[in-house]
Write a protein of this length. Sequence first.
Length: 395
Amino acid sequence: MKFIVSAGQLKSAMEKVSKALPKTTTIPELSNFLFTVKEKALVISATNMRNTSSQEIELRSDGEVGQILVQPSLMKLLPKNMVELVTIGWNGDHKIVAKFADNTTARIQGRIVEDYPETVDTTNLEKIEYAFLLGKASEKKMLMEDLKHSAHCAAKTEHSIQGMGGLYLVPNHNSDLEAMSTDGNRMALGIIRGNYQGQDKRNPFPLPTEGLAILMDWIKRTNETAILSFYKGEGVHRKLIEMKTQTSRLLLLVGQDEMLDYLEYIPEGKGRTENEKIRASIDRKKFKAVLDKYNKVFDMKRLQLIFKENGNHYIQYLEEGGPEVEIPFDHVGAVEEPVDCVDGDIGFNSQYLQEAMASMSGDKIKFFIGGQGMPGYFYSDDENQRTIIMSLFKP
């Protein structure tokens, strides 16, 4: 078996699918890339049995159809040059031979595939489909920003409540994809716009942290129109997420648990109501700069937002020696009457606020505060990115 490909294309393809290789495994085949040689193309695949990624590249010569397993060490040897060609061959002695343009040769451990583990597929599963354009940098950036924001409230460590460590993706009927996460003290929600082609099933797809990292890396490395599909069926593999272009495919096996009632973990957070006491907007970057500066100094990470009728609005860190920092809030007002932030007794975890400001996009952040014991609702200007943070009380 022998074939010729672009060294740069092969390196790029191996880097893209490598995120699906398992960190540790008892199945030796899974620690290698699977090369599938077709008549005019080479498909590079990797899997850890939960997540499978593949990328197709063009052959520069006719190849003998077949499959071989190749160790990841080949990826490090390949140059990034897209023009330079590399010849890959199998010498029949458990060695993959790579011959480069400068006539140097590398021999890497490999073998013909005899029994490769079966991975999940989408046969006979109900399909809900979206389309995302990733060819433009702005489109890719927007999708990644929405996913990053939506996941920033996920529990950082293993949680006893299943689903709090990852991201929920929920297709809905408004041509939108809802993405949300929580750690029990706060919740993030992103509304991701796509070309929706399914019915309103409101099926939650819980994506673990590992799968989310693989998805984000895949999007980063993709420059084509991508179809995001959700598959639901009966049996062990009853929920899958697929991201697919003309030349690549990512398949993620997701959790099977039902949708968490997130608002159950955010006390009294049943939505914005007539009981709102404060409505305001703020310059996101300026607010983030203040939080970045003072969060390094004060360990308690608690502050209160104080609004005065005379317009001298400021934040105060709730720690001995904590500063009062004047900061401009726009459009400060109440639903019923002006109020001094519920007598100045309400506050928030400043670390949570800092992470929310960092995860959101846009120039302005709108927020709504209901009162003592009520959460604060922080929205991006277009309200596509939202964070709910439980309030604290001044000690």
